[in-house]
Design a protein around this ligand. Sequence first.
Ligand SMILES: Nc1ncnc2c1ncn2[C@@H]1O[C@H](COP(=O)(O)OP(=O)(O)OP(=O)(O)O)[C@@H](O)[C@H]1O
Ligand SMILES: [Mg+2]
Length: 463
Amino acid sequence: MYKIIIFLLTMGKKLHKIFCEIKNNTYLCSPLNPPQGGLRGLILLFMQTRKQPHPALSQMLSEFNRSLMLIADQTLLIGNFISKIKQIFLVDNVFVFLLDENTGKYKLQNQDTSSPLSRGQGAGITFHSKNRLIHWLAVNDKELLIPESKDIIDYLPPEEQQKIIQLNAELIFPLKVMNHISGTVFLGKKTDGMPFNKDEIDLLTLIFNQAAFAIEHASLYELQKDRIRKMYRTDRLATLGELAAGAAHEIRNPLTAIRSTIQYLSKDFNNDPAKSEMMNEIINETERINKILQGLLSFARPTKLNISEIHLKSLINQVLMLIHSSIQKHHIDVQFEYFTENTTIRGDMEQLKQVFLNIFLNAIEAMSENSEPRSLIISIEKGMAIDAGKHYLVINIEDSGKGIEPKDLENIFNPFFTTKEEGTGLGLAISYGIINSHEGEIEVTSEIEKGSCVRIKLPQISI
Ligand SMILES: Nc1ncnc2c1ncn2[C@@H]1O[C@H](COP(=O)(O)OP(=O)(O)OP(=O)(O)O)[C@@H](O)[C@H]1O
Ligand SMILES: [Mg+2]
């Protein structure tokens, strides 16, 4: 295929540049001679062959295409996508942000551990669906080439401009699916120092349109898997709960009888310190069994909620005060990130305190085995309202502890599952029961040797 560029020089000294493409070798160069004679104008026809795509490039593109279709795991897909874009277009950085439907935030998806620098650059950056940049991308449905868009950049608020600078972005693309912006891709500078040309931008647009669908597909697949997993877990925990409650009930009655009989008999040993000590030990042990049974029962059949209005922020602070000395002893840096002013919910104060206490203690225990720095990050953000009237708060508790083995992650809510010598394995089981009775959700994600994150969703106005 050839590209022919026609320059038409008119008498008005205006230069018109017309592009057309023909499929044969015709080559023309001719002056414009009007019938009345003289040179009234000039037509110059240049013939240019369009650069054929490099064979390696077409191979890379077809591999890229294939990977988009074959990889169902979202993290893998995005990792592959980033490295291919870098390879094909020679860009120094690619940052992919995807919409978290729960919070309305676009969060960084890069998992590129080989380049801590590039991850560091994007660390902590998020965008919100209400941001002007996202709005601009949604309305214009096209890329934003930073060096040529000073007006648009000026129209963005300073904090959004700052994020673009921090990402060192040259080109921003929307990922659009079904008329909504499911993500954005920020491309850095080209390593050859050249600006992006039109052909490259067109090709990138094509690729990103396709990638947006592949990513959406992978995310739907993951959502479906997650739903099934949760369904199984709810089912399993309900069955376990029934069993546990039945057993706890049966053990509690004879235990009460044993304890009161021993208390009665112990009076006879008041004059024998050794025997009196033994009696006390038995009473203490029955006390311990009773506590375990109470824990089991509160997992299976949480006590009736004593509902009041709770300010989660101050409830969390109260719990942190209780474990203040332990936090100091282990040199843990506690950080808060409140993304919403209103942290009021309706719930049972004492039961929720127990949930946070269990989770904070687990975090401290997990970090005490790891070297410093140790950090506990607590954040509260508003969840996006899915249906009108369904507002909720999302509380994340992130530690830098030893993490949880993938094979254990499925079992941590099971009663009596513990990896600790002194643990009963009831902390998370009880927390699960309490959050469930608040019509909320509790989830744990973890990465071995990096840390764990407990995410709790609590409705703000129902119950
Ligand atoms: N933040 C965390 N980091 C690492 N592992 C955790 C974390 N939270 C929970 N776990 C794992 O989950 C298991 C179950 O936790 P859970 O709180 O239910 O019981 P426990 O802490 O072992 O005992 P208990 O809370 O009854 O004293 C723990 O033994 C631990 O292996
Ligand atoms: Mg625990």
